[in-house]
Design a binder for this molecule. Structure first.
Ligand code: ISJ
Length: 404
């Protein structure tokens, strides 16, 4: 079974404090403090951070990482100064990156326990609104297919936003706790945002992980919902693996990454055929790309900004797909389909794609899901796919089923 492979064999779980306080270059005034901690959890690392020291734009973050790299002494075993947060789909929009004051390496179990007991009194769902109805989504898929017949457009990821209103404030710690428990293979995150809302989710898709000069990417493209029936579930996985339409859709993503990464790295390894990856709700086609970065000064964030957005979240050709998404999707993506993760003073880091996630503010939750459209797409099947993808957050919110 595929999961997010590690570059480092170290599973060592340490509670350690950052060397940030010891670095005069990063001492900054405290602008704000969050009651809600931030965390990012993967098979490689579990980071928990509290108390915000400084917010950064993407450019500031890249500069800060470069400065740390030059000027910070990092004894082995020390937690390096780290930047955490989220980046929008459109990297020119406002980033949600920050330097925390307190940062600790922890474990999945401790993070789950830290979320506390689940609340007994759950708010109930009062309203559900999707910015695209099934009919509207299907008609856009048909429109995109026509565009493909008359332009260079070969793939486009069409997403929609759902807005949920509850009877009272959503207990984010309970949502995070369920995300951790229900998605053992995925990267789970909780990032408080400037406006008081909180980004939470469980992403199965790794844009990039870098340790030392080694990196890996684990894009997903080509999907089918899981089934609760074991045999049917296995049949669906195999059907996905042998679907020509999904293999084509996946190949577009791998080809785009191959051309981007081969300019940046040595020893690029790419398997010839995709594998199957599963989440609690979906089967996906996946490929693990790995290699060594030529320029040792490049941070994980430098790399991430160069390859984002991949054709898994945007399309091909990239610029045409990007413009078409902006023209067709009724709500801006904001942080959805962006990146979430961390980068540290060693240049290491992990950036997951912000999918299977939600933004929670008080009694409201905003969710996003999208699907890759190619000439062979069936509009109804794409709609069912994006409905199923919302399952990760529906389950975490304690909802059995929500439909448009
Ligand atoms: C856009 C999403 O997923 C992306 C689209 C996929 C697809 O089209 O098969 C698969 C994984 C992600 O790259 C999402 O989950 O919202």
């Amino acid at each position: 079974m595929m999961n997010h492979d590690q570059l480092s064999p170290s599973h060592e779980v340490r509670e350690a404090r950052s060397s940030l306080e010891h670095s005069p270059r990063v001492r900054q005034p405290v602008h704000a403090q969050h009651a809600t901690p931030s965390f990012f959890l993967s098979s490689f690392r579990a980071i928990k951070a509290s108390r915000l020291q400084k917010r950064l734009s993407l450019n500031q973050a890249c500069q800060q990482l470069a400065e740390w790299r030059e000027n910070t002494e990092l004894p082995p075993g020390h937690v390096a100064p780290t930047i955490l947060g989220a980046l929008p789909f459109d990297l020119t929009a406002q980033a949600e990156l920050f330097i925390p004051t307190d940062i600790a390496l922890t474990s999945r179990e401790v993070l789950e326990a830290d979320c506390g007991a689940e609340t007994v009194e759950e708010p109930t769902l009062q309203s559900y609104h999707s910015d695209l109805s099934e009919a509207q989504y299907c008609s856009l898929v048909s429109d995109i297919k026509k565009r493909m017949a008359h332009s260079d457009l070969r793939k486009l990821v069409l997403g929609r936003c759902a807005r949920l209103r509850f009877s009272g404030p959503v207990h984010v710690a309970s949502v995070a706790k369920r995300l951790i428990a229900q998605n053992p293979r995925d990267m789970v995150f909780q990032i408080p945002l400037r406006d008081g809302s909180i980004l939470v989710g469980a992403s199965p898709e790794l844009l990039i992980r870098k340790t030392g000069n080694e990196f890996c990417c684990h894009p997903l493209a080509g999907s089918i919902p899981r089934s609760s029936d074991r045999e049917e579930d296995a049949r669906r996985g195999q059907a996905l693996l042998s679907s020509a339409k999904d293999r084509d859709e996946h190949a577009i993503v791998v080809a785009q990454l191959r051309s981007q990464l081969s300019a940046l790295c040595r020893d690029l390894e790419i398997p010839d055929t995709p594998s199957l990856t599963r989440t609690a709700t979906m089967w996906h086609l996946s490929t693990r790309l790995s290699g060594r970065i030529g320029d040792r000064k490049m941070s994980a964030l430098d790399l991430a900004r160069l390859i984002h957005p991949t054709a898994a979240l945007c399309g091909a050709p990239r610029d045409l797909a990007f413009r078409t998404i902006a023209a067709l999707e009724p709500s801006g993506r904001g942080l959805f389909a962006g990146l979430v993760g961390w980068s540290d003073a060693r240049g290491d880091g992990e950036w997951a794609v912000t999918i299977r996630s939600g933004i929670i503010k008080g009694a409201e939750a905003q969710l996003f899901s999208g699907a890759g459209i190619v000439p062979g797409s069936d509009p109804e099947a794409e709609w069912h796919e994006i409905e199923a993808k919302l399952g990760t957050m529906r389950r975490a919110l304690g909802l059995e089923s929500v439909s448009a």
